[in-house]
Design a protein around this ligand. Structure first.
Ligand code: OGA
Ligand code: MN
Length: 292
């Protein structure tokens, strides 16, 4: 317990956790210290880890209840090599690696736009934990965005404009814009499929308000004309995605990064598609979304 040490990135969010070996079970005391640091820093990085899927699942379970992997994109064969059978429902593979002509995971090598994981569900996961097994020498950095800061600094008229309003979170496309299996493209945002959530979200533990945007494509604010919804969304997004609210993770093999999906959005830079990048991800079941 005395060895755990938290070091802030000095940026808008994020901290390194030193002195924890996640290949071993962690004590409840260490777990509580991690939770406390997580509430404060929103994103935590554990570097130099050597984890198999069961270790990743054990640590995730110690923090909460494991959530199922998201629905795959069209044309994505679940070869998912390297995942053990009993880990399959719980460990997502995010990868550009192609084996025997088939991608071993989802989301390829292209840019992923700012998003909240699985917010198109009524109960979006509380957290995602992304573990790097292979990383390219350059590119593929993951950006994180502090949605408390984005809300706190919003102009009063924008705060007023979104107060009490809800927004639809598109379930038909993934963060790379690919259509998921079983979905049609929708052209009119008023008919976007997905969950409806408040634009301002109250964090159940910190009791702080965060902007809750999910993702821009397919979004629609209920009760407004499409034109007004687009205008308001553009204004909020332009404010929220300013570099001053972000911090970027440059991956090294053995990094495990966990983010609080209730108050953080993330995105990914594209990278050279001929380079191999392989990540395994778990997610923690969330609680009902509270309006802020
Ligand atoms: C994710 C995700 C970003 C990345 O796993 O949810 O958005 O850097 N990944 O691969
Ligand atoms: Mn994501």
């Amino acid at each position: 317990m005395n060895e755990i040490w938290i070091q802030s990135t000095g940026g808008a969010l994020g901290a390194d956790v030193h002195g924890v070996d996640l290949s071993q079970p962690v004590s409840d005391a260490v777990r509580d210290r991690i939770r406390q640091a997580w509430a404060e820093h929103l994103v935590l990085r554990f570097s130099g880890q050597k984890l198999d899927d069961h270790m990743l699942m054990r640590f995730t379970r110690h923090l909460g209840e494991l959530d199922r992997v998201p629905i795959a994109a069209v044309g994505f064969e679940r070869t998912r090599s390297g995942i053990e059978k009993d880990a399959e429902p719980w460990v997502a593979v995010i990868s550009s690696v192609v084996k025997d002509g088939k991608p071993v995971g989802g989301l390829g090598s292209y840019e992923l736009v700012w998003h909240t994981d699985m917010s198109y569900n009524d109960l979006p996961p509380r957290a995602s934990l992304l573990y790097a097994l292979q990383v390219p020498p350059a590119g593929g950095d993951t950006g994180f965005l502090n949605m408390y800061a984005a809300y706190d600094t919003l102009a009063p008229e924008l705060k007023r404009a979104i107060d009490g309003r809800t927004c639809i979170h598109d379930s038909s496309r993934n963060s790379a814009g690919e259509l998921r299996k079983g979905f049609q493209r929708t052209l009119d945002v008023r008919h976007t499929p997905g969950a409806v959530h408040p634009l301002v979200r109250l964090h159940p533990l910190t009791k702080r308000k965060a902007l809750f945007l999910g993702r821009r494509p397919g979004a629609y604010i209920h009760g407004l004309s499409v034109e007004d919804s687009e205008k308001l969304l553009d204004a909020i997004w332009a404010h929220a995605t300013q570099p001053r609210f972000t911090w970027y993770q440059k991956w090294r093999v053995g990094d495990l990064v966990m983010w609080d999906n209730r108050c953080v959005m993330h995105r990914r830079d594209a990278f050279d598609e001929t380079l191999d990048r392989l990540m395994h991800r778990t997610q923690i079941v969330g609680e009902p979304v509270l309006a802020g």
